[in-house]
Design a binder for this molecule. Structure first.
Ligand code: ZN
Length: 412
């Protein structure tokens, strides 16, 4: 699938400290230690209701990971998927009497436009589940052959399930106990109560074709894949058996990332699949999580249509820490717009306080588990001094403009 257009990424002199990120599996902020090429897989959208501010906040957080790594001199191999076939997409298409293919294409196109407008660096590979069908079925076949998967005892629909006991580590990523896993699986599209499964948390790998549902021919029989194995196959085939960061919203901690990691590890024997499992907080509206099921969504495209500068949307979402659940309010956006104007006024001056200190501070704050509130406050402080005409460094405004662009992705 086509990714979106590249964003110009200016280079800064020097380098900051290594990037430290919170890893869900070990419950610690730990340094990332990528090789010359850092590898990152971030779960993409199921293409309906794109792109609400919760999505945007997630992809902006990983955009900062990408930017900080690149500033440290790493090449970044970034892969993202599009779940362009799954139950929620079919349900939405049925509800709206829409064609699921058309719905998926339309919303994916909108998502790409929004990402480009928000100046998110594009992934190297942007892969849809449908185009990856062959490789997903192949991985399911290998898991079956290796005894890590089985067919459920159902003569009508002998669907293929993953046996969560095979790695001996199931639960290490989320750190949830079994009762919690079963409860969450039930809430998030799992089927812990289906008869014939070996363990309640065993996730679906291949759903045999049902009448009226789209299906694809494969050695497993006509059908379609489960969601977790889609990501496992797409990631393994492009990034290898171990990656630096596996990312997504905190609602993907379980079952999605737990199961994806288990699939990958059962296939490769390499543990852990991801050195860091990184999760972003939820964006709320009027005291509730912004989500498709509640229907309380604010869309990037709607704000853009109202002539809101995407750089202000970026600043509004970066004003809070990526891991915290936080509310979106119109005031948050208004504050971000004022901030953007102040910063633009400051970098338009003929001189300002020296910019090197600010660059160092930005790098330090971002390297500290993406501490954007402090990073933004550091730019605020520089801009305030500059606007009070307290600096005489003629090179500073251009340096600050470059640093804010490279590290925060905000065009001043
Ligand atoms: Zn995924």
């Amino acid at each position: 699938m086509d990714t979106w257009a590249a964003v110009d990424l200016p280079r800064l002199d020097g380098a900051g400290p290594p990037l430290r990120l919170y890893d869900t599996a070990t419950a610690q902020v730990r340094p990332t230690a990528p090789g010359p090429t850092a590898t990152m897989y971030v779960c993409g959208i199921t293409p309906y209701d794109a792109t609400h501010l919760g999505h945007a906040a997630t992809y902006l957080a990983f955009d900062l990971v990408n930017r900080v790594w690149r500033d440290l001199g790493h090449d970044v191999h970034y892969v993202q998927n599009v779940t362009d076939i799954d139950d929620p997409l079919l349900e939405r298409a049925a509800r709206d009497q829409d064609d699921w293919v058309v719905l998926g294409m339309r919303e994916t196109a909108l998502f790409r436009e929004d990402m480009e407008a928000l100046r998110v660096l594009p992934p190297r590979h942007y892969i849809g589940a449908v185009e990856a069908m062959g490789e997903i079925a192949e991985l399911v076949g290998k898991l079956l052959a290796a005894g890590a998967a089985y067919r459920v005892d159902d003569p009508e629909y002998p669907d293929v399930y993953f046996d969560v006991s095979v790695t001996g580590r199931f639960g290490y990523e989320s750190n949830y106990d079994e009762a919690t896993m079963i409860e969450i699986a039930r809430e998030r599209g799992g089927d812990p109560d289906r008869p014939g499964k070996r363990h309640p948390t065993d996730p679906l790998l291949w759903r045999m074709a049902r009448p009226g549902e789209p299906s694809w021919e494969s050695n497993l029989g006509a059908g379609r894949p489960g969601w977790h194995v889609e990501c496992a196959a797409i990631a393994l085939n492009r990034l290898g058996p171990q990656i630096d960061v596996n990312g997504g919203g905190s609602d993907l901690i379980f079952p999605h990332h737990e199961c994806g990691a288990a699939h990958a590890e059962a296939h490769t024997g390499v543990h852990p699949f991801a050195r860091h499992y990184v999760h972003t907080g939820m964006i709320g509206l009027d005291g509730e999580k912004m989500s498709k099921s509640r229907g309380n969504l604010v869309f990037v495209s709607k704000l853009r249509a109202q002539d809101v500068d995407p750089n202000a949307i970026r600043l509004a979402l970066l004003a809070g820490h990526y891991r915290s659940d936080r509310p979106y309010t119109p005031e948050l956006l208004a504050t971000a717009q004022e901030r953007l104007e102040r910063w633009r006024d400051a970098v338009s001056l003929a001189a300002g306080p020296p910019g090197e200190d600010l660059v160092a501070r930005l790098r330090t704050h971002l390297a500290d588990d993406l501490d954007t509130p402090r990073a933004l406050a550091a730019v605020d402080a520089w801009a305030a001094e500059a606007l009070e005409r307290r600096g005489t460094d003629a090179a500073a405004p251009a340096l600050v403009r470059t640093a804010v662009d490279a590290l925060l992705g905000v065009a001043l």
